[in-house]
Write a protein that binds this ligand. Structure first.
Ligand code: PMT
Length: 399
């Protein structure tokens, strides 16, 4: 195996009993061709020595923020900049919490905060700590920012209990890193526009017409595309989600603003993925002052918004165009019509009447219809996983 050739991997080792397995991880990464730089927390040095990692990697090992200066680079910044991938294995509940909160109080956490490299965490801890809602919330937060989490294995833990929380075998962790690195390169140099969340159309200074889209689907796609090396522009309607790492994010409110932002970047784009729920109509007039209630019924006059995706389809040259279809009935029929009418390469149809998929939840269940008449039905899966499938299809079309 030599598929990490030349990759610079910063391996963070934290203080858990599984720290000894990090020695084999470092060794396997190096055998796979990577240049491995180890950063240990002070606690990790209680389990394994710096010397072991230095001998295994052939590189200096960093622990102390305040060690003697050996060069003029600020060390954590230098490590953060050189990393192609940052892997933390084992990742304790403590490092997970600090990373989620943006705390930087030692060499490892400062490096994590300063790096723009993709981050992979392999949690390992006692089952109760892993299942604690706080840890799960921190993991969900990190996933939403595009951090890769290697699921811990189940089995007998050092603390004497049986359950989830064991660090997977070093071979599996290194395989994950290699797969990630392979996937990462696939979209390098490609420019991808992703739209997300719903547009909101103002009625007066305090009210608007909107929909239930949260941006979860589009943000997952943007994060995954960035992870695979693409240069990503995310054009997002209002969303409480943070900007995904490594993605240029433009926040807009209305369909017209979304159209302007997408059109500006369209000529240079290789692909556009429209997962946004764009309002088809907007109020014809926006009241300058708050509309007062009266005893009469209120009639709103709406006018059509442009169909952004249709417009892109009309001016398509080399771009790959992907639409979503949010349907509550006749999913197949409506999705296929949109595929043709909007001149798309494929369309991802979701039944948004389901309560466990579609709007505002972490999972989705879709059918993908392609230009050649193909249809693939997928079971319920996380939006991250679906993002990977969509980007795989795009990468295949590009090649
Ligand atoms: O954000 P989440 O909470 O995660 O929810 C995700 C989602 C349910 C919003 C998403 O999976 C989804 O289905 N997005 C598409 C919503 C939609 O507007 O579907 P549509 O069938 O009305 O539109 C078809 C396609 O045309 C879409 O790609 C849409 O972005 C685009 N469109 C629609 C109207 C318009 N005026 N301009 C457009 O470009």
């Amino acid at each position: 195996m030599d598929s990490l050739n030349g990759k610079k991997i910063v391996l963070g080792v934290t203080g858990g009993i599984a720290a000894y397995k990090a020695v084999e991880i470092a060794s396997r990464l190096r055998k796979a061709g990577a240049e491995v730089h180890v950063v240990m927390t002070r606690e990790a040095t209680e389990f394994v020595t710096e010397l072991t990692f230095r001998e295994i990697t052939g590189q200096p090992v960093t622990v102390d923020m305040w060690a003697k200066v050996t060069n003029f680079n600020v060390e954590h910044i230098a490590l953060a900049n050189l990393a192609d991938i940052m892997l933390i294995a084992p990742a304790t509940a403590n490092i997970i919490a600090k990373t989620a909160a943006g705390i930087a109080d030692d060499m490892l956490t400062t490096t994590v905060l300063a790096t723009k490299a993709p981050l992979i965490l392999a949690p390992a801890m006692n089952t109760n700590m892993y299942e604690n809602p706080v840890t799960q919330k921190n993991i969900a937060e990190l996933k939403s920012r595009g951090v890769q989490i290697i699921e811990p294995a189940s089995g007998h833990l050092a603390c004497g209990v049986e359950g989830k929380g064991r660090l997977p075998d070093p071979a599996e962790i290194v395989r994950f890193v290699m797969d990630f690195a392979a996937g990462e390169q696939r979209l390098t140099g490609k420019k991808i526009i992703v739209t997300a969340a719903g547009t909101i159309e103002p009625l007066d200074p305090v009210r608007f017409l909107g929909n239930r889209s949260t941006g979860k689907m589009g943000y997952a796609i943007a994060a995954e595309a960035a992870k695979q090396g693409a240069e990503v522009l995310l054009v997002s309607g209002p969303s409480s989600l943070p900007d995904p790492a490594g993605v240029r994010t433009i926040r807009i409110q209305t369909a017209l603003e979304m159209q302007a932002a997408v059109q500006e970047a369209y000529a240079a784009a290789d692909a556009v993925i429209m997962s946004a729920a764009v309002a088809d109509y907007r109020p014809k007039t926006v009241a300058k002052e708050k509309i007062k209630k009266s005893d009469d019924e209120l009639v709103l006059h709406l006018e059509r918004n442009p169909d952004i995706l249709y417009g892109l389809g009309q001016h398509k040259n080399r771009q790959i165009l992907v639409g979503f279809a949010a349907e509550t009935c006749n999913v197949e029929e409506y999705a296929k019509k949109k595929l043709v009418k909007k001149n798309l390469d494929f369309i991802v149809a979701n039944d948004v009447s389901a309560s466990d998929a579609g709007f505002a939840v972490d999972n989705n269940r879709v059918q993908i219809y392609t230009r050649d008449g193909g249809c693939e039905k997928y079971p319920l899966m996380s939006k991250q996983e679906l993002a990977g499938i969509i980007l795989n299809k795009i990468a295949e079309l590009m090649s």
